[in-house]
Design a protein around this ligand. Sequence first.
Ligand code: ADP
Length: 336
Amino acid sequence: MNEEIDPAPPESEGEVQFEGALRPKSLGEFVGQSKVREQLVLLLDAAKKENRTPDHILLSGPPGLGKTTLAMIVAEETQQSLRITSGPAINHAGDLAAVLSSLVPGEVLFIDEIHRMARPAEEMLYLAMEDFRIDIMVGKGAGATTLPLDLAPFTLVGATTRSGLLPGPLRDRFGFTAHLEFYSEVELTEVVKRSSAVLGLTWPTEALGEIASRSRGTPRIANRLLRRVRDYVLVHDTAPDVDSVQAALLLYDVDELGLDRLDRAVLDTLIRKFAGGPVGLGTLSVSVGEEAETIESVVEPFLVRQGFIQRTPRGRQATPAAYAHLGHEAPSRNDL
Ligand code: ADP
């Protein structure tokens, strides 16, 4: 799966290491998202002046846009250690209690995919975020009682690809929330330039720009494509120019707008099996053979941004631009 140029989180050890090497270490190195960066600087500076832990931070947006990176930067900039866990790893309130009770003062706790945390843990988190305190259940049944436990002050950084799934009371307890947007081509060119410099590559700007333009607005994908093109150039012993980028990405099924095989499968299914829609997410996901959550949080945001899909109350609908991109003739319907 990971050899695909898909926007899913990194899975192989090699890619985790590769990403680690390319990850910006400070807000100054972090490309784009200028508003969020500015707001974060303010938040961290204010906390520093008052000698307290910064407010809890919620970051939302599709995978690969820099949520984990920002959590690491918050820890780095506040010179605190970082503890990383994820919603799916917290199945019981006890899992969370174990993490929270072992935090050292000032530590940054990063919970990725926070919307997938178990409900009882979520409720425990409310109190922990608000008062740095939790109630631990002791015993069972009628004899059960709760023991209050004070926690070290900490900063929670929560990340989610689905902020809509986060319960209101949890969202309200974050002092700062930010939605990360897809990156522009100019910003992604900067990302790829920075990465190529870290890797010691001196490639022409046009080739790097070509990679950026096919990166689905996502830094993780930009870095992944850079790696694939580097492999291609190495194996074919060819120049790292635009032609090589195009040839390499053709091989990896990434088209000129950055759509990958799954993006195109969704559009193709929508157009050919459902006459362009509208069709519900569940039906679409079964037809494509991909989980509804992946389609909703990974595929759709980009296709909507590109103007290929419209979300209507009756379901997903392909736009005339989607027909054109896939080389189909759009039906002459007024409601498209
Ligand atoms: P997320 O947590 O949102 O899925 P990550 O923070 O893991 O995304 O980012 C994936 C990779 O993309 C990182 O390893 C980093 O190298 C790169 N990256 C993300 N955002 C930026 C950025 N703003 N500037 C430079 N590189 C970035």
